[in-house]
Every structure is written in C-alpha cells, then in structure tokens.
Design a protein around this ligand. Structure first.
Ligand SMILES: Nc1ncnc2c1ncn2[C@@H]1O[C@H](COP(=O)(O)OP(=O)(O)OP(=O)(O)O)[C@@H](O)[C@H]1O
Ligand SMILES: [Mg+2]
Length: 318
C-alpha cells in the first residue's frame, strides 16, 4: 500500500537524514520504526504526507506517486500524530478534534458524536473535557487528544511519531491496547515511531530498525529478537532474547476465535512472548491478531500449562 523506492532526504545543510530507503508497507499493517535519536525516523514519516519534500526517489500510496495526489486529499486521508504536542491553544478540545471532519464537511451531529466517542475511547469524560482549552489539560491528556485527533476523520493511514512518550506506564499500556484494538477492528495501516523496544515488540507486525538514515533490519518482532542481523541490532534489542522465545509459539497453542470473544484485549501474533505473558497476567483471555484480523484466542490456563510442561522437560532457562 505504501512503497518507498530509493528515497533520500538531504537537508539544505547537507545532512543526509534518509539515505536510499526501499520499503514496502502492507495495507492493515502495524509497522513500527525504531532507532536512535537523529537516525531519520521523523524525516521518513513526514515525507509520506509531504510535510517534507523528498530529495530523491519516490513514495507510492496505492500505486500512485504521492506527488500526484491533491495535497488536501493526501493530508486528510493520513492521520498524523506529531512528536511534540501540537494542539491549537485557542481552540477547545472539541474544536481541535473536529478540524479534519469539518474540512471534510461532516454533518455537525456526526462530528459531535465522533468527538464524544474518541474522548471516551482514551478515558476522558466527554462532558468534562470537550469545552476545555488545551492548557487546562495535563501533558499526558493533551497527548491523548493528539492521538485521537489523528483518528477523527477515519483516515486509512495513521502516522504516529512517538505518540505515547509523555504518558505514565498505565495510560501508555491502555492506549497501546486501544490502538491495537482499533487497528484490528478497522484495518488501519499504522506507521508508528518509538524509541522503546518493548513497545515496538508489543505493537508491531513488523519492526524496521534504522541507523543513520538507513534501514538496518526489517522483520517481525520474533525475527528481530531471534536473529538480529548485526551487533547494532543485538545491542538495540538488548536482552529481550530469552528462553521463552522458542517456547511460546502463540500460533501453535491458540484456539480458533468465537463470537463471544469480541471486546477482549488483543495482541499481535508477532508480539514478544513476554508481552503475551504480561497481557495474560491482567486478562484471562486475549485475542491474537495478524494484520488487523483476529486469528485466534489464547487463555491463561492453557499458556501456563504449556510452559509448565516445557519446564518439566527442562527447556526453560529464563
Ligand atoms: N530542517 C532540518 N535541517 C537540517 N537538518 C535537519 C532538519 N531536520 C532534521 N535534521 C537532521 O536530520 C537528521 C534526522 O532527523 P530526524 O528528526 O528525522 O531524526 P529522528 O530519528 O526523528 O530523531 P529523534 O528520535 O530525536 O526524534 C538529524 O541529524 C537532524 O539533525
Ligand atoms: Mg523524531
């Protein structure tokens, strides 16, 4: 759905921020970009919606060059959560969320209903918050508004630049669940930048590791953890590789999903086993999703019984 062909960005001062990147991101994919500060993540993201002009190469969305799209059409259909909180200070929370729906000329009632729905989704009481100004919210609350604003007009593609960095671990966890859930339900293509490897491994269908403007490895969380392509990736992944990796193959122990499972929390089939276990300490059952679709369900009892069985055989060295 989104394809980078030999894409480069050289800034006016000769900084090579992105250097000949080839990438293909599938429809409905949760694609996470990770890498050290200054490696070109934000630059890469902003080239997709033409906030930054390419120096070289081409980006295609649905086989059409981004330069051939009408700029408004392109921007309205790509939700964008900026790295810094960027709400309009003199507009209320409701007005901030309504920006794109209004440009798209949604009916007022439709926009209002959407605002309430989105506020509730991120745990903010609509009545209390919709008429406040941004400075009347905490930093973390403002960041949540930034996230839902990007979803407001139901774009096909959502770009998220470290959207959860200012949140406490509990809100962060909650929003991670929300965003996974959302992607599963409505099959959005999400490109998500983070510094946090645990977050990347939890959310991603595929992780793209960047260094100095280049892609150094691209793969599922499992591939990245089990087969880091070089020392840089190995260091970056840290000691995420544990005995559990080989032992908890979610696909082999999940059951087929049933209708009554709707509303359960979900996790990507490629998630790191540690994330799966963490999710199972909070919930008896979780859905397993792959590219936005539910493919199975696992329950705590089965997983722990499976691990206990492995341990009997002396296979756990965690
Ligand atoms: N407008 C600009 N002019 C010149 N150089 C720039 C400009 N914007 C970014 N850069 C440089 O390009 C490189 C990549 O920057 P970018 O913001 O894409 O990094 P990043 O990976 O998002 O970093 P961080 O994790 O700190 O947000 C950096 O060396 C940065 O200093
Ligand atoms: Mg950045």
């Amino acid at each position: 759905m989104i394809r980078f062909e030999n894409v480069s960005k050289v800034y006016a001062d000769e900084t090579h921020a992105v250097d000949g990147v080839d990438l293909e991101i599938e429809k409905g994919e949760f694609f996470v970009i990770i890498g050290p500060s200054g490696c070109g993540k934000t630059t890469l993201l902003k080239m997709i919606n033409r906030l930054i002009k390419l120096t070289d190469g081409t980006i295609f969305i649905d086989e059409k060059r981004i330069s051939d799209y009408n700029i408004h059409e392109l921007r309205w259909n790509i939700g964008y959560v900026l790295q810094q909180i960027a709400l309009f200070p003199h507009m209320t929370i409701a007005e901030n969320i309504a920006i794109v729906p209004e440009m798209k000329k949604w009916k007022q009632e439709e926009t209002d209903a959407r605002i309430d729905e989105l506020l509730e989704m991120v745990g903010l009481d609509a009545k209390t918050y919709r008429d406040r100004l941004p400075h009347e919210l905490s930093g973390g609350q403002q960041q949540r508004i930034g996230v839902v604003r990007a979803l407001a007009a139901d774009p096909d593609i959502i770009l998220m630049d470290e959207p959860f960095s200012a949140l406490d671990p509990i809100s962060r966890e909650k929003l991670q669940e929300d965003i996974l859930d959302l992607q599963k339900k409505i099959n959005k293509t999400i490109i998500f930048v983070t510094h946090d490897m645990s977050e990347a491994l939890k959310l991603a269908d595929r992780v793209c590791i960047m260094k100095e403007g280049n892609v150094v490895q691209l793969g599922t969380p499992k591939e990245i953890v089990q087969h880091p392509s070089n020392e840089f990736v190995r260091t970056f992944v840290g000691d995420k590789k544990q005995g559990l990796d080989q032992l908890l193959d979610v696909k082999s122990i999940m059951k087929s999903p049933e209708n009554e499972n709707e509303g359960l929390p979900s996790i990507s089939v490629n998630s790191h086993p540690k994330s799966v276990l963490e999710a199972l300490t909070e919930n008896d059952r979780i859905l397993i999703i792959d590219k936005g679709k539910t493919i199975g369900v696992i329950d705590r009892k089965t997983v722990f019984a499976h691990l206990a069985h492995q341990q009997d055989r002396g296979e756990v060295h965690a």
